[in-house]
Design a protein around this ligand. Sequence first.
Ligand SMILES: [Fe+2]
Ligand SMILES: [Fe+2]
Length: 487
Amino acid sequence: MAHSAKVVSLKQVIARYPLARDLLLKKQESVICRNRESGKVKNVQFRALFQNNPRFWEHSSSWEYFLDRAVFQDLVNTLRAPKEASHLARRSEGDGSPAAPPEEPPSLTAAPTDPQPAAPANIANFGDDYEEIEELPAVERTPRIQQRTARLAQCVLSPETTPDEAAKAVVDATADTTMINRATLLEALRLGDDQARAYTEEVVKETTRMVKTSIRLVDSEIYNDELVQALVQKSNGTVVQHMTRVFLMGLEFLLFYNRQVITKGVANRIRIRFKRDYKHHYRQLLSHLHDDYVSLEHVFLGGMKGLSEIELTRFATGFLVHDVGKAEDIEYHEGDAGYDRNTVERHVKLGYKAVMDKTNYPREAALITGYHHEYYGDPHGYGYFREFLASYKSANPAAEQDYVMAYTMEPVLDYQVLAYFPAKMLEVVDVFDSLTDPNRKYRSPLSQEEACTMIREEFIQKQLKIDPIIYDLFIDFLDQRRPRAAG
Ligand SMILES: [Fe+2]
Ligand SMILES: [Fe+2]
């Protein structure tokens, strides 16, 4: 029983009120869909259509989409309410008067069908603050990173800094720098490579300074990861939360790794356990080698070693930008509702292209971005490297990879190894974060213990995706990070 006066065009509503999109997702509203040819009409949840195509209202040639006028009115009222306005309606600033109702759409005659099953309420966006960052002119973005870095540096230097102040400084700096990078790099994708590198140059420079200063703060006594986690949880937007947590946890993990290798002699301890605990795993990866060659030196090309400050900065930069190509809050785990293989692949390739071609970031950061879902050549992984390696192998059928991981890029680019060390370090942090993420859309979050068990069973025992030695180091890292009982 819908009539022309009772519906409004969705395309026009979103063009006029961009934030209506987020509200429609949040409120689990339905959209009236009309087939242009058959005239068939059905009701489908906005969210279900959005997950399939985040801009479905712009692209469909066979369907038109409408909102019930009552729903539309409700949206407008919500957007104009002061409380929502402070959160959502930044784009509507200066647009205080109500819009004239969008043009009347053609009349609808068929009765709506049953809506899709309800999905949990959760705004699927990068972060509320992201809109503000996106609207910030390019010249104002770098000063913002500079300010954040200056505050970080002050925390490092001042003996009076409290752990709370340090936590806030590092979370704010990471979130802002992540969002500024995303906005700037995605804009740069529209430019030619040289022009893009000039466009991103200042952001790259300031981000590098921010990363270096973060390393010093995270490595200092004052850094408290529990305070940091509590603060991240309060920020808006699921993707920016994930990127902030992964950068900071990944950085801590790199520093922990370094301490273990440089001062605690962990390489020797692992060598002693190698035959008993690890060899069978790597046997699968280096099956063409004689048994004697499946050694720690063949797992870590050149043996396990500590990282220089230059390497730490480059790797941490890769951790910071690794998901810069992530377009929306999506499900990354096969088998879960909302999982879409193409979307997962797209964020890796887009991120790689942006960092590699459009910036002067070190190439290490680009490789980390492009290779952070490799899962040791698992055919169900999303690896860029896996694709390159496959085409290299088909052109060079006799070539073999005699080593598992390299610390430097050359053996990766020459196809002498199966993986890039920092990407494997990031992988375990990334998967752990996704599994324990309090904002998981389709499942409740796992505890630390549950997540570790799942990674061991699913990503190591069932199929070797995550590196088993790095995984054990990660468990040691979590153990020293905070008491396991707290997980
Ligand atoms: Fe990712
Ligand atoms: Fe990620």
